[in-house]
Design a protein around this ligand. Structure first.
Ligand SMILES: Nc1nc2c(ncn2[C@@H]2O[C@H](COP(=O)(O)OP(=O)(O)O)[C@@H](O)[C@H]2O)c(=O)[nH]1
Ligand SMILES: [Mg+2]
Length: 393
């Protein structure tokens, strides 16, 4: 999780831009000695194999000196011109001389912001690079826009001291990213608040991690001293009932099931009745994977929801699918409505775009991240983990 973005953002912060100046400090011209040194190497001539006479040698040396001086003069003039036009950076980059000087988005932003107040135009120009990186990492476009607005508000028109500029940019970035993240509810206290049985229905596309996440949540509840019942309402997919039963046996929670092809709403009803009768606190309903576009399956979903009248409808998405997970969450939210999100397989997701986007586009919190295949591999979603993950703390 976050590896790809962290690497990029971290790199941008690490590189202290050359010539980072306080506001008011004079713009320094490039050091002549450095340039001279490079030029001398460039104009040096290949050594002749014949031994030249003393006279030829002297003449040649004079000529060489003159040539070198003329070239240096010319170069100095050129450099002054370039500096005036502000083309110096581009030229040097082309020649591959001052690679590190560019330093990436934040370093260049920092340089700008310590010499003069940042204009909106400058910000837009700078942000282009960051925008590309966010999009490449599967961050949804509307989320990129929101981050841009937040960052712009904090930085445009501002002038920071050199000593504080990196921290200020980090702080602004944290604030901007914070505005797109929705922290999860405290599930345990929500469950405890409820008088009767607390029902949670899980849904999402095939293979996203629903059954595994249900087992993890049941394990988490058990550790918190809360009893649960699992309802095997995926009566469609081969081996799905056995999969849930196996988890139930391992964790030590009851599984209510029927036959394959049975009405999932009836299984849901039975599971809730069982919990009521046995005094179990939570019912976790597993459902068959479905696309939001499959009309019959969505109707079936609606029926399950009608019967269960759930306290929570959780969409389980696969973090690794990036924008697909975000789009699925949006579609499920529009069709059946969701209360929260579990993003499974966050451990195998390098880009983390879905983690940053899925809450914002649905306005619903991510409750948990699935971070592995073990029962304990479930993390409560917290904003601070995003800062840490991105190397911003
Ligand atoms: N690495 C990793 N694998 C996961 C995670 N959650 C689920 N899986 C795996 O993803 C596959 C599909 O999971 P499953 O729960 O059967 O998906 P379902 O079809 O939505 O019920 C299984 O092989 C799981 O072990 C996770 O958080 N991390
Ligand atoms: Mg399943």
């Amino acid at each position: 999780m976050f590896e790809s973005l962290k690497k990029k953002i971290g790199g941008w912060f690490k590189k202290e831009p050359e010539g980072l100046k306080e506001f008011g400090e004079e713009d320094k011209k490039p050091k002549k000695e450095e340039k001279k040194g490079k030029k001398v190497i460039k104009v040096s001539k290949p050594v002749s194999e014949e031994m030249p006479s003393a006279l030829t040698k002297a003449l040649e040396k004079k000529k060489l000196d003159e040539e070198t001086k003329a070239k240096e003069k010319e170069e100095t003039k050129k450099e002054e011109k370039k500096a005036e036009k502000g083309e110096e950076r581009a030229e040097e980059k082309k020649e591959g001389i001052v690679e590190e000087e560019s330093g990436g988005f934040f370093a260049r932003l920092a340089k700008k912001i310590t010499t003069s107040a940042l204009s909106e135009e400058d910000f837009d120009l700078f942000f282009d690079e960051f925008e590309m990186v966010l999009l490449e990492n599967n961050v949804a476009l509307e989320v990129v826009d929101k981050i841009k607005i937040g960052l712009k508000e904090s930085l445009v028109g501002k002038l920071f001291k050199k000593s504080e500029v990196q921290d200020k940019i980090k702080e602004s970035l944290k604030k901007a990213i914070s505005s797109v993240l929705i922290e999860g509810i405290d599930l345990i206290s929500e469950i405890k608040k409820k008088k009767g049985v607390y029902v949670i229905v899980f849904f999402g596309v095939n293979g996203s991690g629903k059954t595994t996440s249900i087992a993890k949540v049941a394990y988490y509840l058990k550790k918190e001293g809360i009893s649960a019942v699992l309802g095997a309402a995926d009566t469609f997919r081969a081996a799905s009932i056995e999969q849930l039963k196996t988890h139930g046996e391992r964790i030590g929670v009851d599984v209510i099931s029927s036959n394959y092809g049975a009405d999932p709403a009836a299984v849901t009803f039975d599971a809730i009745k069982h919990a009521e009768k046995k005094g179990k606190k939570v019912v976790l309903i597993d459902t068959a994977g479905r696309m939001h576009t499959a009309k019959n399956l969505m109707k079936e979903m609606e029926k399950i929801i009608r019967v269960a009248n759930p306290d929570l409808k959780i969409f389980v998405g696969e973090a690794i699918t990036g924008n697909d997970a975000t789009e699925q969450a949006r579609a499920f939210n529009e069709s059946v409505g969701i209360d929260g999100i579990v993003l499974a397989k966050a451990d195998v997701d390098e880009k983390s775009g879905a983690v940053l986007s899925v809450g914002y586009v649905t306005s619903k919190p991510i409750l948990f991240l699935g971070v592995g295949q073990g029962y304990g591999d479930l993390r409560r979603f917290k904003k601070e983990d995003v800062w840490k993950g991105l190397g911003l703390e």
